[in-house]
Design a protein around this ligand. Sequence first.
Ligand code: AMP
Ligand code: MG
Length: 416
Amino acid sequence: MPTFSPASGAGPSMSVDAHLERVLAGVAPLGRVEQVPLADASGRLLAASVDARVDLPGFDNSAMDGYAVRRADVATGTPLHPVVLDVVADVPAGSDADPIIGPGQAARIMTGAPIPDGTDAVVPIEQTDGGTARVSIGAVPQAGHHIRHRGEDLHAGDRLLEAGVVLDARRIAAAAAAGLADLPVAVPPRVAVVATGSELVEPGGPLARGRIHDSNSLLLAALVAEAGGVVSERLRLPDDPELLRDWIGGREPCDLVVFAGGISVGAHDVVRHVLADLGTVDFARVAMQPGKPQAFGTLPGGTPVFGLPGNPVSVAVSFEAFVRPALQRLLGRHDVLRPTWPVVVETGWHSPARRRQYMPIALTVRHGRVLVHPASPGGAGSHLAARLAAADGFAIVPEHVVEVAAGDLVEVVVTR
Ligand code: AMP
Ligand code: MG
């Protein structure tokens, strides 16, 4: 097995913000747009603002099951002396009937049915005797009571959704209600994820001495999908520079490549070795924990490439800090970082000086208050792959903080 001289590729010390700036300068929005049916739009990024096609509601309609009346007719009704009206029409939802309701008359009407001309209020069935030929009404409705008015939600031509939002159930439903059948969305970036390490075995495969199951390729593939990308290839490569070079040369077309493992200063860190030879990849020791060694640059042909450290927690943190923002930029999003929220610390922990710490955390609610504690009682150990399963996100502890104490506020990014 080839070995390489250490250290040369380790790169200069750098802040998280400086490395992120370098990453974001190296990726541009792909600008590819496709039109998709609403049923396929969940999770996609809206590429252009869209307006309502129809008024919402499209016509004045009843908000209750009851009787459409002329208010003047029932103005004298009381529970003891109800007014009696002739029921001359029955208007269920979906009915295109357009009955004329004259003085002394009412229409039985159901929720969502169009309000007949001449009527100006709906009396809920509960305030009547429920009659079908004649109805007794002992309550006086206010003008327009229980009528939903045309356009009160939105008018045709009004802005419905702004470009750049992620389509979710509520936005897709609003688009359907407003008359749209499909939406323009960003074509997702294609991302190749490559786990490297001669110790890696496929998930579930038999483990010889020194071997481990590859979790990083699955972690990265799922993170890419969660961030709005599609995985063009997911593979494992041993620490063999020839195989790595071959893969780089013959890879499927993609918009981003993410390597995990092999970028540090170890004797078999082939990703560092091979990428350093290209001359188009920067290596840095980023002032963060975990995730210190980082690589970013381009492959021949100009495809942006990340080299992330191989410990699973480092992969998850590096993805959150650098890869996810790059993917958001490729997608065309303006806000590439997730929001952080200040949360009260339940049980404290240590943080290294002069490094930004990304602590996997879990959230709990106690006595009506949201509290945060490390997801793993063992702390930030970057190899603790199984403990990642308990994490709701990361606490981001600033560089100058060395002690996070119970009762402190920390900024938390929620990843669930
Ligand atoms: P490296 O960055 O290659 O030095 O790897 C750091 C640590 O992460 C080592 O303990 C590796 O065995 C482990 N590791 C590397 N790749 C993976 C992977 N795909 N899945 C799980 N653990 C990994
Ligand atoms: Mg390795």
